[in-house]
Design a protein around this ligand. Structure first.
Ligand code: NAD
Ligand code: 3PG
Length: 600
């Protein structure tokens, strides 16, 4: 397996402070538009931006809105960002614009593929999908690029359900065909005799938000409604009088089938030759989900064979479909151009929902509708905040203790807590960030931490040390151990050979409390000098006066020793980075056996 090579450690261009917010976890962070400066690119806390990447002279982030968005959403966005509404961009135009944008908002008509993320040069931090389906966004590529994807999953539910019902009724009564006929001067009352809905069985496939609203409305029309959804809770179905059945039962019993699942590899072409063959002859199909859930050629054949009497389609595998598309031209098929979400009300709602999500994500707030990052409830985030800082700093310290040329492969993290259900995803992500960022150019956040670790051959194992006691404090301490490496500070190596650092939060401030087997206590602010010395009088004074002469402000000092007059480790918190010569002078103090400077 590859390993994370330790090159010369980079000095972070920022200094961490206790002001560090949860932003670091999400990365798509603009503290607020007024304080954001592109001319001073920073890593870690905010986006990597360069003045060359800036398209505007203001300090605001740039949001590209690539498809029509409701006014209320645009107004919200404009309060926070420079908004570039460029509709109908070609793929090339989108790729060339994207490196100037911090966020991109699309509907279903824009393919946000890997090339888009690659062209963004690391600047794109949020993709907002103004709607539900995210099949037009390459989530794997987004995650690999540390880009958060958020959607607007609720505001168009009713609109989509109403459109499904509209198509159901229009299909059953040949509304579209009869309308076209009369407009062409004909009066064909016998040709357009329809079928009734009342008493018929409707199978809703996909019993989520839209599917259940369709079911509720269909029941109001007097239909018998059954549903299939492998993941839907039976109680939700029962509550509206719908029975959940197997896929085969659903399609075998249905007079009408309505599709409401997302397009995924598992649902692609789920209606196909084989499944059409299991349906009742004369079944009618509505699709307001995605074109790709139906094998369109198989549907044409099923229509021509009379297995499917009629279909009503709002969505197509290729949008817009070619003009000679056999389904579009088929007499027994009613079509609309992906209008499910297109009501005035839904579009205003979606625009607000996505604008809030994108602005929140750019500010580094928790994104409630994130689709490629673990959901951590806001209250958990707030409580874990100081531990998040501790986790990153311990990772950062541990990796700086690794000798150059070593390969970091295995990191073990132990969480000592009385909470059996402690959510460690965020902490793990931050330790990963702390370990990887000082030694690479990769920007790590909650979105891409696990992926990045895997890519770099870094295996992070986690252990919970269960403590008895009050559940009030989420965590007693975090221990980070790096195995199978040499350390540039031998005292940081435990008896079993791992580099070991341990820390805890005291009064809301993260502290380093153990290095190797030495207990220390130094607040993790500024930077740290670690020295191992023979425990004897005057050591603190000697080192302190060297730092004083060099004008380096000491914020904290702590000495941990194995026994009086034996070995001791002195941890010194410093506000400024000492000159190399100062560190050399410290190393030359006779009783000092080794020393190292660690930048936080
Ligand atoms: N035509 C439009 O304009 C329009 C508007 C809104 C939504 N949509 C589409 O409708 C889909 C559903 O929207 P929603 O808001 O109800 O989403 P949702 O996530 O609330 O519901 C989707 C449901 O599909 C279920 N599902 C997943 N795999 C399935 C499978 N193999 N078989 C059966 N069910 C399965 C899920 O368990 C879930 O309950 C969206 O993904 C989107 O593609 C289209
Ligand atoms: O997934 C959705 O939300 C719908 O398909 C709506 O898509 P649209 O935003 O392109 O209308």
């Amino acid at each position: 397996m590859a390993s994370l090579k330790i090159p010369t450690l980079k000095t972070p261009s920022h200094s961490l402070s206790s002001k560090l917010s949860l932003r670091s976890a999400f990365s798509a962070n603009f503290p607020n538009s007024a304080h954001f400066s592109r001319s001073q690119p920073q890593r870690g806390r905010v986006l990597i931006l360069t003045s060359a990447a800036s398209s505007s002279s203001s300090n605001k982030p740039t949001v590209l809105v690539a498809e029509k968005l409701g006014e209320a959403g645009l107004t919200l966005l404009k309060e926070f960002a420079d908004v570039d509404c460029s509709y109908n961009l070609s793929p090339e135009e989108l790729r060339s614009k994207i490196s100037l944008c911090d966020a991109l908002i699309v509907r279903s008509g824009t393919k946000v593929n890997r090339a888009v993320f690659e062209s963004s040069g690391g600047r794109l931090k949020v993709v907002g999908r103004a709607g539900v389906g995210i099949d037009n966004v390459d989530l794997a590529a987004a995650t690999e690029h540390g880009c958060l994807v958020v959607n607007a999953p609720t505001a168009n539910t009713v609109a989509a359900a109403e459109h499904g019902i509209a198509l159901l009724a229009a299909m059953a009564r040949n509304v579209a065909q009869a309308d076209a006929s009369i407009k062409s001067g004909k009066w064909q009352r016998n040709k357009y005799v329809g079928v009734s809905l009342v008493g018929k069985t409707l199978a809703v496939l996909g019993f989520g938000k839209v599917g259940s609203e369709v079911a509720r409305r269909a029941k109001g029309l007097g239909m018998h409604v059954i549903a299939h959804d492998p993941y839907a809770p039976a109680e939700r179905a029962r509550a509206i009088g719908v029975e959940l059945v197997s896929f085969d039962e659903a399609i075998g019993a249905a007079d009408f089938i309505s599709m409401h699942m997302p397009l995924t590899p598992a649902t692609s072409n789920m209606l196909n030759n084989e499944t059409f063959a299991k349906m009742k002859k004369g079944v009618r199909i509505v699709n307001v989900a995605r074109g790709g859930v139906v094998d369109e050629e198989a549907l044409v054949r099923a229509l021509d064979a009379g297995i499917v009497a009629q279909a009503a389609l709002d969505v197509f595998s290729e949008e817009p479909p070619k003009q000679d598309n056999k389904l579009v031209q088929h007499e027994m098929v009613t079509v609309t151009p992906h209008l499910g979400a297109s009501t005035m009300e839904a579009q205003e709602g979606v625009a607000i929902e996505i604008a809030e999500a994108v602005v929140g994500a750019l500010k580094g707030e928790l994104a409630a509708t994130a689709v490629n990052a673990p959901m951590v409830p806001a209250e958990v985030l707030l409580e874990l905040k100081p531990y998040v800082i501790l986790a990153e700093k311990l990772g950062r310290l541990a990796v700086q203790l690794v000798a150059g040329g070593s390969g970091v492969k295995t990191v073990k993290v132990s969480y000592a807590s009385s909470r059996p259900d402690l959510d460690t995803r965020l902490l793990r992500a931050m330790i990963t960030k702390g370990i990887i960022e000082p030694i690479s150019d990769i920007y790590v956040n909650l979105v891409n931490a696990d992926y990045t670790a895997k890519q770099r051959g870094l295996r992070i194992t986690e252990e919970h040390i269960h403590l008895d006691g009050s559940h009030e404090i989420p965590l007693e301490f975090i221990k980070v151990q790096i195995a199978d490496v040499k350390s540039k500070f031998a005292s940081a190596t435990s008896k079993s050979g791992e580099i070991k650092v341990e820390g805890r939060v005291k009064d809301g401030i993260p502290h380093l409390t153990k290095v190797g087997s030495f207990r220390v206590d130094v607040s993790l602010e500024g930077s740290i000098i670690l020295c191992r010395q023979v425990d004897q009088p005057g050591m603190i004074g000697k080192v302190g006066s060297i730092l004083g002469e060099e004008n380096v402000n000491v914020s904290f000092m702590s000495v941990g020793r194995v026994a009086p007059r034996k070995h001791a480790v002195m941890a010194i918190g410093v506000d400024d980075q000492p000159r190399k010569e100062s560190l050399k002078r410290i190393g030359e103090v006779p009783a000092i056996e080794e020393s190292v400077f660690l930048k936080l």
